[in-house]
Design a protein around this ligand. Structure first.
Ligand code: FE2
Length: 139
């Protein structure tokens, strides 16, 4: 079933409960939606290539941020999670050659939603569980 990128919007089930991750996820989703619209409107090959590069660079940045948070909190699933990120970056580069723009965007959106809801939620749960109790202030 085809998915319309333009009608995508944030859903509360995408929230992980970690502010930094959620902010970046929202930015990533709106980037995909905005650039998806741009891709549909332009035939300029150079510009299309740059738009896809923009998405790939944002993904790479966001993954490093997320991995650093996992590292900081001693998240036990860091390595397999990092591997999922690497796989996506690799798939993005070969799918860019072989898929149409709309198929590529659909692939990206599906990956994003699945990964966010299934994998990133575990990070949120872990970090929020391991947060130290708020100590009462002096006096
Ligand atoms: Fe992730």
């Amino acid at each position: 079933m085809a998915m319309s990128v333009e009608t995508l919007h944030w859903k509360s089930k995408y929230d992980t409960g970690v502010e930094e991750i959620d902010l970046q996820h929202r930015a990533f989703l709106s980037l995909i939606i905005r650039l998806g619209g741009e891709l549909a409107e332009t035939k300029d090959l150079k510009y299309r290539e740059r738009l896809l590069e923009e998405i790939a660079k944002y993904a790479a940045f966001h993954f490093i941020s997320e991995e650093n948070l996992m590292m900081k909190h001693g998240y036990p699933g860091l390595e397999p999670h990092r591997q999922l990120h690497r796989d996506l970056i690799n798939q993005l580069s070969w799918r860019r050659q072989s898929l149409s723009d709309s198929d590529l965007l659909e692939f990206l959106v599906r990956w994003f939603i699945h990964h966010t809801v299934e994998e990133d939620h575990h990070i949120g749960d872990f970090i929020n569980r391991s947060k130290p109790e708020v100590l009462p202030g002096p006096g």
